[in-house]
Design a protein around this ligand. Structure first.
Ligand code: SAM
Length: 220
């Protein structure tokens, strides 16, 4: 009974999150809104933060990392412009929440995480939802994922000093990449659109992400 009441209050919190944090801030894509109404974000946060799962801010997930603010996850997802047929690479699995949103919206998702404990955490969280189209990998995502390239979409969920050339090479044409790019402490959310003519970069808004580590990330 308590569990059912909890589920009911999570559902209400989730609908409220979608209405006030996502829809009212200008994200109106019906498929994206549906994904955020469906995916139970409270399954992706550590137990002690569960009451804040639908709050308007990032939360710690352990190992010094965070699950991003719902609006930012939604904004990045909307800019990926998914129609359901794409093969997507996510760099920075973290809690697996963004992975679940992607899995709901497209055909095939590869997600790579450099911290093995977090990949395990994401794997455990994702098991509740039983997606068959998610492939988790442990490794340095600043190198992309050559084994499964090319990808129609790439999303980097950690702050990149720049977009490494070999990641751009792993993006199909036409294809899109969404990432926070810039300094160690402040970045700009960028959308890279690749087509036969080259690459067009759109700058969306200032953001603050944890750093991308690895060979093409931040070293310190
Ligand atoms: N998308 C995640 C979610 O929904 O919970 C949030 C990701 S968190 C903001 C950034 C993640 O990127 C962290 O889990 C971090 O360990 C990971 N990361 C940092 N550098 C990486 C790298 N070189 N390769 C793969 N993952 C990396």
């Amino acid at each position: 009974m308590k569990r059912m009441m909890d589920e009911d209050s999570f559902l209400k919190a989730r609908q409220n999150m979608v209405d006030s944090q996502i829809n009212q801030r200008g994200i109106h894509d019906g498929r994206v809104l549906k994904a955020f109404r469906k995916i139970p974000r409270h399954l992706f946060v550590p137990e002690k933060y569960i009451s804040q799962a639908y709050s308007d801010h990032p939360l710690p997930i352990g190992n010094g990392q965070t699950i991003s603010q719902p609006y930012i996850v939604a904004l990045m997802t909307a800019h990926l412009d998914l129609n359901g047929e794409e093969k997507v690479l996510e760099i920075g699995t973290g809690s697996g929440y963004q992975t679940a949103v992607l899995a709901f919206l497209t055909k095939e998702v590869h997600s790579i995480e450099v911290i093995p404990e977090l990949s395990d955490f994401a794997n455990k969280n994702l098991q509740h939802l039983n997606f068959k189209n998610v492939h988790l990998h442990v490794g340095d995502g600043s190198l992309g994922n050559t084994a499964h390239a090319p990808f129609d979409r790439i999303i980097i969920t950690a702050a990149a000093p720049d977009i490494p050339e070999l990641i751009v090479e792993q993006l199909n044409s036409p294809g899109r990449l969404v990432a926070p790019v810039g300094g160690r402490w402040r970045q700009t959310l960028e959308v890279w659109k690749k087509d036969g003519k080259g690459i067009e970069i759109e700058k969306i808004l200032p953001v603050v992400f944890v750093p991308l580590r690895g060979e093409h990330g931040w070293q310190e």
